[in-house]
Design a protein around this ligand. Structure first.
Ligand code: ATR
Length: 294
């Protein structure tokens, strides 16, 4: 009899360095599921065709990464409230013939904090960055009822646009905008419970001076979404100043875990997946993290 495993995968371009196949194939094997997860290099001009082919090919689900996270949206039947607010999809689920777009980045970030024993409700959060990753995290932080959210970004207009969007669609926490440097940022730092770097700074240490590396304190939790290097200049500075830290591997694992739950109803074997992921990261040496997200 012909053997036909369930197929899952990831759409990106380029996609050769994706770590998601390692994570999901580890989890399929752990659960003894007859399934396989493959990378699909989908040229930007072909994304409509690729999404529409999911149904015909009976592909059960895909992750979506750069540059397709927004481009897939017009071809989906439904978006979850989070995906709609974030304006980007990183997980597509095929359910009863319908294509449902999810975004698990924000919840993945939140779970990585929970894993470290940190709650965000009622906390003051300083978010560095206003790009796609920052937006996913900001939406989730507002949904999780942080007390106040300050957003600092190199391009101030982008931070202002994000803050205005959050205030309009997620009223609750006070959201304000700061420059990424100088006296206002220094004055804000002592009031911050949780500092999150959601910029790409830290992949190359030379850029690290763009982030606040001083004025941190032991009561703070400092998080970085950059996972290579795992110990970024910001996390190293935070450790030196006695702050607790959460590295970017947590968000990577937990966004995958949530996608796996959506597709299979099973849970990720987190310690095993993390171990395999760290082995894969180590084997790949010191290239840029951005090449392999997620
Ligand atoms: P992603 O989807 O990974 O978030 P992105 O949307 O390109 O990627 O956003 C990258 C973020 O890193 C932005 O906040 C960007 O700041 P700008 O909005 O000013 O571009 C920030 N960033 C990238 N390189 C930076 C640098 N050298 N210094 C400060 N911020 C930087």
């Amino acid at each position: 009899m012909l053997h036909s495993p369930a197929v899952y995968g990831i759409f990106g371009y380029p996609i050769g360095h994706s770590l998601s196949p390692v994570m999901h194939n580890t989890a399929f094997a752990y659960h003894g599921l007859d399934a396989v997860y493959v990378p699909f290099a989908v040229h930007p001009g072909q994304i409509e065709t690729a999404v529409k082919a999911l149904q015909a090919l009976q592909i059960r689900g895909v992750n979506v990464t750069i540059p397709h996270k927004q481009a897939v949206i017009p071809w989906l039947d439904e978006l979850t409230p989070e995906a709609r607010l974030i304006g980007a999809v990183n997980t597509i689920q095929l359910q009863d013939g319908r294509l449902i777009g999810h975004n698990t980045d924000g919840i993945g970030f939140l779970r990585s904090l929970e894993e470290a024993g940190a709650a965000v409700e009622g906390r003051n959060v300083l978010l560095l960055g206003a790009g796609g990753a920052a937006r996913a995290i900001a939406v989730q932080l507002c949904l999780s009822q942080v007390r106040c959210l300050d957003i600092a970004n190199r391009t101030r207009a982008r931070a202002e646009e994000l803050a205005a969007f959050l205030q309009q669609h997620l009223p609750g926490p006070a959201v304000s905008v700061l420059p990424l440097e100088g006296a206002p940022l220094a004055a804000c730092l002592p009031h911050v419970d949780i500092l999150v770097n959601a910029t790409s700074v830290g992949m190359e240490s030379a850029d690290a001076a763009a982030l606040p590396l001083t004025g941190l304190c032991p009561s703070q939790l400092v998080c970085d979404i950059v996972y290579r290097p795992r110990l970024t200049p910001l996390l190293r500075a935070a450790e030196r100043q006695g702050a607790r830290t959460v590295d970017g591997v947590g968000m990577l694992v937990h966004q995958g875990a949530k996608a796996f739950e959506i597709w299979t109803g099973r849970s990720f074997p987190i310690p095993l997946v993390r171990a395999r992921l760290l082995e894969a990261l180590e084997a790949r040496g010191s290239g840029l993290a951005g090449e392999e997200e997620p």
